[in-house]
Structures are given as C-alpha cells and as structure tokens.
Design a protein. Structure first.
Length: 390
C-alpha cells in the first residue's frame, strides 16, 4: 500500500485557497474552500492504515507520546516552499483522522483583510487587554497576526507570544519578537504567561485564554502596564464579558467585573460570510471599544445586556460597530447578497426594516451604514480544477 503523498494534497489545498484539509478513512481528501467542503477530484479513498502512517510520519517522539496517551495532539507542520499548517491528529471510532489548517505565509494587513480602520487605533494601545473572539475558523488568528504585524511595523517593543501551536511566523522589524510554543517551549499557557512577565515584555500575545489561571494572569499582566492580546471562542462582546466573569467562583465575580472594566480596551468579534459571487469570504466584525458607558455595563451585571446598545451609539465617536451595522456596510458595498445578510443578521426582522430605511431615532449610530456606499462586486479566487463540489 502506497504512502499518502501529503505534500501533493497540501499543494492542491494551497492552490485552491482552501482554509482546511480533512483526511479521514473511507473518503478522499476533503478541502474547505470559502466555507464549503469539497473533495479533491479523482483522488482515491483512504484506508485507515494510510492515515495512521501519515500521522506518525509528521509527529515527533513527544507528540507521538501525547497522542498515545490522549488520542489527540495539536502541532505545526511545514512543507518547504509551500507553507505552514496547524495540525490536529485525533482518533475517531478507533481510526486516526487528521485536520490541517492552512496558515498563509504572508501576514495580511487590516486593509487587505477588509477589517475596520479602528483596529489600527486599538493596536496603538500601550497597555490593557484586547480580545479577538469568534467561533472556530472565523479568522481570529489571522486578525491577531495582523495586529501584531501592525505593532511590529509602527513602534518598538518586546513582544512575547504563547501559542499552541505557533502559526504565523513573525520576523523582527521594529520589535523583538519571541514566540513560544505550548508543549515545546513551555508546558502550559499559564506557565508561558507567568514566564513572559519576567522577560521584560511590552506586548504579550496569548493564543487562547482557556482556563481560570490563564485569564487571571492575563488580567494581572494588563493591569501592570502591559498590552495583552488574546482570543476567546465567544460570539460577541456581551458573551465575552459574561464568559470571562463566569470562569471565576461567584464570590470573586464582582471584583473581576471591576478589574475587567479597568483593563479591557476592546473586544473585536468576527464571523466570515461568503461573498455575493461565492468565490471568497469577508469578515463581519463587531467592535467594542471601552468607554465610561461600556465600563459601567461591565461592572454592573444587570447592565451587561446593554453593551450592544452602547456599541450602536458609539460608532461616530469611537468607531464601534455591531455585527448588524458591519453586515449593512458589506451589503451596501455590494460584497454580500441580501439573503446572506438577512441570514447572518443578529435581528433579521429589524435588519430588514433598516435596509428599507426605517429606523428609530434612538439608533442614530445606524445612519452612516444606511447611505448605500459605493457598489463593488465581491471578488476572489476561482476554485482550482482539482476540486469539485461536495
């Protein structure tokens, strides 16, 4: 039985602009292209032994030990001349499966990613906590990499990262950057974060705030004059605040709300939407910048539900925007279809009224999104001839 030609599969994935590659016994390799799962054309189905052999071939001894114990392992994998990939090897129904996330070689700018201009202002913060949130595959790591690259290009400082695994590789420009991989350079996020505080950092990037200890140290680091960047798997600003607070025991939660309100600078939440022509995806982005009103909403449990309203009204002065405002902007630019806008809107009925130009006087923050900016068709790469619709 021939070994899997992983390089050839990944080459097709990169050429097809795929975001992920799925290798599973019984089916051919499957790519995720602009959110849709697509099998590679005319490729043989994999036998269970082929997948297991391919997995063992890309793991080092430490990763093999972790896999034998936990039946899953995260790792990074590089193919010279092609690129880097974030890999998860796991066991399902007794067989081995592999999912590879394609990591672009070039770190894109905020403009290239179609992200709001206010992210530059947020990246210029010198201390405090900035969070990028969203579901898996919504582009959190890409946005965080763009923020770090912006900092690296615009000011000097020492950036320390804790990542699992290291995804984007950053070169020293105006900053010194030390990237630490969990499981290789440090055992846990909390260990790496605690160590980072003794490494004279200006900016600390934590790949993900997974547990109470990591969140606690991140809040302390932000309080003591560092800029801390991190991600959470939450869908919007309100849920992010509630998730962080709920990690702590009830007797601590009031104090954590006060601490969080004091250090939080911004929450950027995003989801990816298919363009009108289906050949690319664009981010819909909610941006919350901490103001006196937002601080009040974070400190008072009863007022946290008002965060969305505060974001709507903070567009003109602070550059804030809700998901629905962002979707409206994408619709006005002709990047997404009306049906997709309605499907993704947080409040579809309300959104439909706003498209028709009906909005209440209390929602003046919407006026800039309802002008119908310049129309431009969605653009993006065409699918590779090597793939077909699933």
């Amino acid at each position: 039985m021939a070994d899997i030609d992983l390089s050839s599969i990944l080459n097709v994935a990169v050429k097809s602009k795929a975001s992920d590659v799925h290798l599973k016994a019984g089916v051919p390799p499957i790519l995720r292209i602009h959110g849709t799962l697509v099998p590679i054309k005319n490729h043989d189905r994999f036998a269970p032994d082929e997948i297991a052999k391919a997995a063992m071939r890309i793991m080092n001894d430490v990763q093999k030990d972790v896999f034998k114990t936990k039946h899953q392992v995260d790792m990074a994998y590089s193919v010279p001349g092609l690129g880097r990939f974030r890999v998860n090897v796991f066991q399902q129904r007794g067989a081995v499966g592999i999912v590879l996330r394609v990591i672009p070689i070039k770190i894109q700018t905020f403009d290239e990613l179609n992200l709001p201009k206010v992210l530059e202002t947020i990246s210029n913060e010198v201390r405090g906590l900035v969070l990028v949130t969203g579901v898996t595959g919504s582009g959190k790591s890409t946005t965080l990499a763009a923020a770090m690259d912006y900092i690296n290009n615009h000011r000097s400082g020492h950036i320390v990262t804790a990542e699992d695994p290291i995804e984007f590789l950053h070169r020293d420009k105006r900053c010194i950057i030390n990237q630490r991989e969990i499981g290789v350079d440090s055992q846990t996020f909390s260990d790496a974060l605690r160590g980072a505080l003794r490494q004279d950092p200006d900016i600390i990037m934590v790949g993900e705030m997974r547990d109470l200890e990591t969140i606690e140290i991140a809040l302390t680091a932000a309080e003591t004059g560092h800029l801390v960047l991190s991600t959470l798997h939450t869908i919007d600003a309100m849920e992010t605040v509630n998730r962080i607070v709920s990690v702590f025991p009830p007797y601590q939660q009031k104090q954590i709300r006060i601490q969080l309100a004091g250090v939080l600078k911004a929450i950027v939440s995003q989801r990816l939407m298919p363009t009108k022509d289906g050949h690319a995806r664009v981010p819909a982005v909610e941006v919350m910048v901490t103001t006196a009103r937002i601080r009040e909403c974070i400190e008072d449990k009863e007022k946290t539900k008002d965060i969305s309203d505060a974001i709507v009204k903070g567009y003109t002065t602070y550059g804030m925007q809700t998901f629905d405002q962002s979707i409206m902007s994408l619709l006005n630019k002709g990047l997404i279809s009306y049906d997709e806008a309605l499907r993704q809107a947080s409040n579809p009925a309300d959104f439909a009224l706003k498209v028709k130009g009906i909005s209440s006087t209390s929602e003046m923050g919407w006026k800039d999104f309802e002008k119908g900016e310049d129309k431009e068709g969605g653009s993006g790469p065409k699918p590779s001839p090597d793939i077909e619709r699933f």
